[in-house]
Design a protein around this ligand. Sequence first.
Ligand SMILES: Cc1cc2nc3c(=O)[nH]c(=O)nc-3n(C[C@H](O)[C@H](O)[C@H](O)COP(=O)(O)OP(=O)(O)OC[C@H]3O[C@@H](n4cnc5c(N)ncnc54)[C@H](O)[C@@H]3O)c2cc1C
Length: 468
Amino acid sequence: MDRTKHLNSINLNETGKCVLYVMSRDQRVADNHALISAQQRALKLNLPLAVVFCLQKNTGYRAREHYTFMLDGLRQVEDKLNKLNIPFIMLIGNAFERLSGIFHHTNPESVFFDLNPLIGYQKLLQKLSSLAKFPIYVVDNHNIVPVWVASDNKQVGAYTLRPRIHRLIGEYLVEPSSLKKHPIKWPGKVMKMSELDNTIQSIVTKIKSNEVKIQEPTGENEALKKLNKFIKETMPNYGLNKNNPTFNSQSGLSIYLHFGQLSSLRVALEIQKYAFKNKLELGILNSPKMPLGGDGLQSSIDAFLEELIVRKELADNFCYYEQNYCSTKGASVWAQQTLNDHAKDEREYIYSFEELRIAKTHDNAWNSAQRQLTNTGKMHGYMRMYWAKKILEWTENVDTALEYAIRLNDFYSNDGGDPNGYAGIMWAICGIHDRPWFDRPVYGKIRYMNYAGLNRKFDLSSYINTWQ
Ligand SMILES: Cc1cc2nc3c(=O)[nH]c(=O)nc-3n(C[C@H](O)[C@H](O)[C@H](O)COP(=O)(O)OP(=O)(O)OC[C@H]3O[C@@H](n4cnc5c(N)ncnc54)[C@H](O)[C@@H]3O)c2cc1C
């Protein structure tokens, strides 16, 4: 069972003075295989170990609140690492320049990265590993089955990825080994985050606020508390209620998973323990079939793991193997064709970005979903599908629809800027991981959703009353 990919052909830097782990998407100390691997190597070679984090000044569409949530989480990471005698080195600025600088300065024997499938990060890794004079490894800490192990190509849909995960998951669903207090002292002084406060603050104030107060407390301890509460209180009815936006039926874990404060492996392991206690097993271990949801604890466990594992890992698969994960070019041929055939269809309503942002459409269900998002930083998963599909229907063209949906989702959603978001939006607007449906105006053969369908599915007026 290995989660590591060797990115260059160098096996050892004999003159190397330390081992580094460059933390990026997995911002936690517990259950962090990249950190564990880096420590194991450092112990074997009797070298000091440090964790490096490069703070970017440019946050894309992400808001100040997300940046602050991340920084406060990283302060906790720093404290936890210090107790393990592992320094946390924060660099600020251009990642390529700052990382090249620290590599030059510290002469690492080897460097470990965690995995992010998004394009900027992938390009950074390629550039760094082509120039490095030491081994570079990337460790997939974010998926239970590492993305390159599950598949070596872009998967058509959940139905093709699920059997692969089913075959492999038994091997990967295991407790990670624990970290030790690092016995070799880091040579030299490391600047603490608190000493960088003025610089950090000057960056933070320049980032646009979305004025949505994040309700969740940050950090890996809080993430675990939320997980345990979910397992006991909400998960037993997840199979029945997950698609009902009038219930508080989802886990609310996506913010912690997105920032890497919680690993999906830990979530699945805790659910497995709970299942055993209740004399149940995890369906994904036994069968490659899609769970149907419904009543009962077994159905709920299986429906939840379908989302947490199959759907989440499918999103990483998509972004890892498809560079055009935010564009029509990333859609299947049939979807590109049908969207093109309907490009000139007349739209009954056209809304500007601002009209969408402030929820000024003719559709009170859509406006409610948008308000749920801008008031709380979250939109119920079921409404997210409807929300994105209507943006396709009410903008001039597909490219504009994608751009508006991504901007709104990344800026307001606490879990935005994530492969799940790009895959979710591409599913709704460009039909990825889906099949062709009946041809209709504007959508072509992309799956359609309408207001009447929401009404049939749940108590829509109650949802609208909550968010009007
Ligand atoms: C248009 C659109 C945009 C989306 N944007 C995002 C986003 O920015 N970030 C994000 O994390 N998810 C996104 N999703 C997927 C899904 O809606 C959210 O993961 C989920 O609603 C988060 O809430 P939760 O943690 O309470 O979910 P739960 O229902 O409790 O699910 C648990 C976990 O499973 C994973 N998951 C659940 N549903 C999906 C899914 N459809 N695809 C992939 N993984 C899933 C997530 O990691 C989630 O945290 C989007 C979906 C759509 C249709």
